[in-house]
Write a protein that binds this ligand. Structure first.
Ligand code: FMN
Length: 195
């Protein structure tokens, strides 16, 4: 697949088949993630993999409860009638694999570096016929000290970019993009052929 095709065709996938993602496939995609640029080449990323639908369903219940109580409630959003209050809503969309790209506290921009690695992973996954969806809702729960200890994420590492991985059961329609908000474009040489 051409890179530009992957960029334009990748979608957040929220419907997965029960097919498992092989460890070898995940390792290849993680290798693609490692090719991302990082500030001063510090490569501050680390990876946590969780597999199995029952496990992810249990994490979903706990992460959703934490998000509602600790993240939304302080802002008065506890009455929201959207999917988050729906007990049947699985924040991982029945995927059987969750990858959490984590940042060691080193380098200049560890979180940004991890997001670049995540984009590499998602594009490579799309090219390999897999679907992914970033799951920002899970992040506050994943960063609780007791949850990190339980899951095996070291305390000095931050969960930055959780994403589901799996084989798409259906493909969503493209999400429209707004026109670019070009704030300024200064050019001392208005000749279009010039530098
Ligand atoms: C940092 C980040 C966090 C996100 N968190 C969630 C999430 O918790 N749940 C979800 O369903 N989608 C989540 N998304 C996916 C976005 O909703 C999705 O990328 C956006 O609507 C554009 O759709 P597309 O990816 O199909 O182009 C997240 C995306 C990003 C970049």
């Amino acid at each position: 697949m051409e890179l530009i095709e992957a960029i334009y065709q990748r979608r957040a996938i929220r419907d997965y088949t029960s097919a498992k993602v092989a460890a070898s496939t995940l390792n290849e995609l993680i290798d693609a993630a490692l090719q991302a640029p990082s500030a001063m080449n510090h490569q501050p990323w680390a990876f946590a993999v969780f597999q199995g639908r029952p496990r992810l369903l249990e994490y979903s219940v706990r992460a959703k409860a934490h998000f509602l109580a600790m993240v939304l409630a302080p802002f008065g959003f506890h009455e929201r009638g959207d999917t988050l209050t729906d007990p049947t809503y699985n924040i991982f969309y029945n995927a059987s694999t969750l990858l959490v790209i984590c940042a060691r506290h080193e380098g200049l921009n560890p979180a940004e570096d991890c997001c670049l690695a995540a984009q590499n992973f998602m594009l490579a996954a799309h090219a390999a016929g897999l679907g992914t969806c970033p799951i920002g809702i899970a992040r506050p729960w994943l960063n609780l000290p007791e949850v990190k200890e339980e899951l095996g994420i070291p305390s000095d590492v931050a969960a930055v970019f959780p994403l589901t991985v799996g084989y798409p059961a259906s493909l969503p329609a493209p999400t429209p993009r707004q026109a670019p908000d070009v704030l300024c474009w200064k050019n001392d040489n208005p000749d279009p052929a010039g530098p």
